[in-house]
Design a binder for this molecule. Sequence first.
Ligand code: XIL
Length: 346
Amino acid sequence: MRSTRTRLRLTGALVALLLSAGVPAAQAVDDQPTLAELAQRHGRYFGSATDNPELTDEPYKAILGTEFDMITPGNGMKWYATEPQQGVFDFSKGDEIVNLARANHQRVRGHTLVWHSQLPGWLTSRDWTADELRAVLKKHIQTEVRHYKGKVYAWDVVNEAFNEDGTYRETIFYKTLGPGYIADALRWAHQADPKAKLYLNDYNVEGTGPKSDAYYRLVKELQAQGVPIHGFGMQAHLALQYGYPSTLEDNLRRFSRLGLDTALTEVDVRMYVPADDAELATQAQWYRDMTEACLAVRRCVGITLWDYTDRYSWIPAFFDGEGAALPWDEELRPKPAYFAIRDALQ
Ligand code: XIL
């Protein structure tokens, strides 16, 4: 009998061969259903982030277009991209991805309206009074959400609002407007597209702890005030050296009990590279565990990978010496993590 590793390698080679022959990836992996199809059987979606520069890569696009049913623009909808000068909006990057998703019958998660990072220079390089910044924020949110009305299934309205200890992150928005900017942002987004699901989204909130507790309390407060809040997104940028967040399922469940949808929104599992087989096996187990945790909680609506292939992962550029974080390798061959996800969905 062939070892699992030999089989994986053969499958990878087969996929590469079929891809180069122009056969779509969804059928290429031994004619199995796609991750999206398997997730749909559970009433879930399975998604991937993507970014505009990658869309000239046809083999990459073939898998992106078939294996997934939810797409997140990795950068194209951020503030620096959509309002590069004050009051001058540019939706070309987001539109390109929305149009591709629509052509492939995929839904879109919008990312992100309010975040301290990747802001345009005009916004960060001067001081604003509270009234000025409130007007700037409202216009940004409402122009973008209106532009994508009916085309974006869910918005990460506010991204990364808390510090690790559960205190508010001292962003330009918090410092100028106070914590009420979060409720305002949600209300403004809801006015602009009443059907879009509105999320708060963060990293290091997969397990219970001070940071996810802060969100739990905030969601209750928002609900008590009648503020539109529909979902909580856990980015799930995991790293082998920090251990698996074993309270993930319980944490998903407590947010569900508040009446919220939950989702794993930016999943990757990084490690120091080069990765050995044991590390790739552990990574596969983590992807399996995350998938099973989401399936175990009714209101966990889906999982999105922060791109699907190591070819386009953000990790090597942001974490020195780390990588190999995604279920497909740099050659677009499925890794053990891919088969573990598929297994968990089956
Ligand atoms: C990352 C993108 O993937 C990179 O291309 C970009 O240079 C920096 O941002 N949390 C988030 C995402 O919410 O927006 C980040 O995306 C990754 C961390």
